[in-house]
Design a protein around this ligand. Sequence first.
Ligand code: 1GP
Length: 249
Amino acid sequence: MNLHTCIAERKAQKLKTIAVLIDPDKTSPEQCIKIANSISDEMPVIFLVGGSLISNGSLSATIQALKSASSLPVILFPGGVTHICEEADGILLLSLISGRNADFLIGQHVTAAPILKKSGMEVISTGYVLVDGGVPTSVSYMSNTTPVPANKTDIAACTAMAGEMLGLKMIYLEAGSGAQEPVNIEMVKAVRESIAIPLIVGGGIRSAAQASDAFNAGADMIVVGTAIEENQEFLYALLDLTATVNAVQ
Ligand code: 1GP
């Protein structure tokens, strides 16, 4: 079964998933092995690998390290076309639908398309909705786009709706890595109620309470990077939380 089908089936069963974001600039292949070894292959976890900027050339080594230590899916979360690596199991083909920069809406994708087609990797088209997380983030700067203001719930909901109508398979509601505030619950709820496709929420999630709030508001998957980089114990708290949430479904 491909990953998108798996995520959609889990959504139908109201089962939640954790995406552990690995930024190759911040987490070494050795640390990746340690993290991967600490997560059972039975856990509801995927690895996302990427970031706005990968400056140390270790994308391939990062993916290899994760795959050597785990059978969990390793999916690219690219900042651009140079972040394609055929060793991954798949890629979130992100269209930055909250922005008005044609390069991140469709331009990079045109360049990537023949590479992705030849690779045979699973391509999951994903509407990427960037929301103001209280501080300037790399993704906003690098993409040269303005985030949706955090209090403009209606704009986020309509943007997600448009993404679904355009045929995108998932929506990723993103406050940006290292955001001061995660996407607020009201916005997550409004987006959830506006679309039927799987909803990913990430950026600035640093506590189990924030993760729980995102799940309760309707996120099917949450993405956590910075908080796990700073404290691997937080990963175990997230795994416990997800097991508890999923047990009552
Ligand atoms: C960033 O949503 C992800 O794209 C993760 O953000 O690093 O703040 O957890 P954090």
